[in-house]
Write a protein that binds this ligand. Structure first.
Ligand SMILES: Nc1ncnc2c1ncn2[C@@H]1O[C@H](COP(=O)(O)OP(=O)(O)OP(=O)(O)O)[C@@H](O)[C@H]1O
Ligand SMILES: [Mg+2]
Length: 467
């Protein structure tokens, strides 16, 4: 250390701060790795399931099981055919409960129901030859409920039987975490969209991919524990995109229009295998935000029923306007999505109702600009987030308030059904939604979720004669 350095109080101060930060980060990293083990020890004789679930995010499974009748209905086949197919080998043998002396069925997970749909060709699909619908849930306002709605919308569409690709663009990676991908633990730079944006073939070849891998998004797609939901995860290193993209693009002389449309082109290429691509946006404004906006066919803007959030949503909207104008002045006309707003943090308080009215009045120019259904505040979301299993993944029998869980699910079902229809209208034009999709909505709405569905399954005697 030179004399000058030793006497520089600012440097000493910064060194102290850095030492402290390094210590905290090291401790935090260490404990993150040990949390699952520690939780197991601490909770050995207690039964606080939430603790376990939140700590074991990497080993997620679908724990919700649907009764036989509901499963057959959701799969679009008869109860009788389900039994027959299990006996003649078209379908695998069902799972049985291990806590019962007699052989009784455990009910079906959504993956198993989707397998039945595959075998019998009953899953709904985008129209023949259409591109996947690219849908963003975007707003610059932090905490406006983007991630929660991406998470739940993807599961709601997957329950209907569609194939979904999720794209997490937020360096915080919360959506990735919900699907068992831990940002900066098992998700690193080479697993995110960053090498695609930065044309960083070197990083990908180092990670074992073939040369040229950075030209397509295929390298980044990961399976999740939902068979029909894949994800491109995110982690903190996604921040590199904004730091380095302009330089990379300048170096390779990419025309402006192609820079803006890069993500859209990439998603359209991998989108052949999916019905819907859903993008979780970041609460920040940067180059990739504009790329994300231009990638979408439809953009849902969650708008909390509160004044500051309303103001910030207005800024987001005006930013899109300014961007179109600036591009237009340079003779560039990138893709701009059909923008639709939906009200979040909605309650029965007179303030929320008042703000809700204002949002409707301001953002509605044509019918459908603001969705009819609001996203109401519900304690069930917080509870579900603590365990990291969503409201769609809970077994109603395990809910501490089934009535409230049911009404929260009903509320989201209505909102997502409306989103489904507006996406359909924008992306698939005149093609009517599949009658089977409407039927599934109906089945879900009528299903007595209060009932112990697995008990219903278990009470059913196994008919070995093929019904
Ligand atoms: N309907 C709801 N009722 C109650 N709480 C909710 C609801 N939806 C989301 N939340 C909670 O609100 C908080 C913010 O939600 P979320 O993370 O989805 O917002 P976000 O817009 O993605 O935030 P960020 O800008 O940080 O990415 C979370 O704690 C979430 O659990
Ligand atoms: Mg988020």
């Amino acid at each position: 250390m030179t004399k000058q350095e030793a006497s520089n109080p600012q440097k000493e101060y910064l060194d102290d701060v850095l030492a402290k930060i390094t210590m905290v980060v090291n401790r935090g990293d260490k404990i993150m790795k040990q949390i699952p083990g520690l939780v197991k020890k601490a909770q050995k004789n207690k039964h606080e399931q939430e603790w376990f679930e939140a700590s074991e995010v990497d080993d997620r499974i679908q724990k919700r099981r649907y009764g036989i009748t509901l499963s057959a209905e959701l799969a679009g086949i008869s109860h009788t055919l389900l039994y027959q197919a299990e006996q003649d080998g078209r379908l695998p043998e069902p799972d049985y409960r291990i806590d019962k002396a007699k052989k009784v069925r455990a009910g079906y997970t959504m993956n198993q129901i989707n397998h039945i749909r595959k075998v019998f060709g009953t899953a709904p699909k985008k129209p023949e030859g259409a591109n996947a619908a690219i849908v963003g849930i975007l707003n610059l306002k932090g905490g406006s409920q983007k991630t929660t709605n991406c998470h739940l919308l993807s599961q709601s569409l997957a329950i209907k039987g569609y194939k979904i690709l999720l794209l997490d663009t937020d360096p915080q990676g919360s959506l990735s975490f919900f699907f068992g991908k831990r940002p900066d633990d098992n998700v690193h730079y080479e697993h995110t969209i960053a090498p695609f944006f930065l044309e960083d073939d070197e990083a990908l070849t180092e990670a074992g991919h073939a040369p040229g891998a950075s030209r397509s998004l295929h390298y980044a797609i990961q399976k999740t524990y939902w068979d029909n939901i894949d994800i491109i995860p995110s982690c903190l290193q996604n921040l590199n995109i904004d730091l380095m993209m302009p330089r990379v693009m300048d170096q390779s002389n990419v025309p402006l229009q192609d820079r803006i449309m890069k993500l859209r082109y990439g998603l359209l290429e991998v989108g052949k295998d999916y019905d819907f691509i859903i993008i979780d946006g970041t609460p920040s404004l940067n180059i990739s935000t504009l790329n994300v906006v231009s990638a979408c066919d439809v953009c849902f803007v969650p708008t909390p029923a509160a004044m500051l959030d309303f103001a910030s949503t207005l800024q987001f909207t005006s930013l899109i306007g300014e961007t179109i104008q600036t591009y237009g002045e340079s003779g560039i006309y990138p893709n701009i999505p059909d923008i639709r707003y939906f009200i979040t943090k909605y309650t029965s308080s007179s303030y929320a109702q008042f703000m809700g009215e204002i949002i409707r009045k301001v953002f509605t120019v044509e019918r459908g600009d603001v969705l009819m259904n609001e996203c109401h505040a519900s304690d069930e979301i917080g509870k579900a987030n603590n365990s990291t299993y969503s409201i769609y993944e809970q077994n109603p029998t395990e809910a501490d308030n089934r009535k409230r869980l049911k009404s929260t699910i009903d509320m989201f079902d209505k909102l997502y059904s409306e989103m489904h229809d507006s996406i359909w209208e924008t992306c698939f034009g005149g093609v009517a939604r599949s009658p089977f999709t409407s039927k599934i909505d109906q089945i879900m709405a009528n299903a007595e979720l209060m009932a112990d569905e697995t008990a219903e399954a278990s009470d059913e005697p196994i008919d070995t004669h093929g019904v």
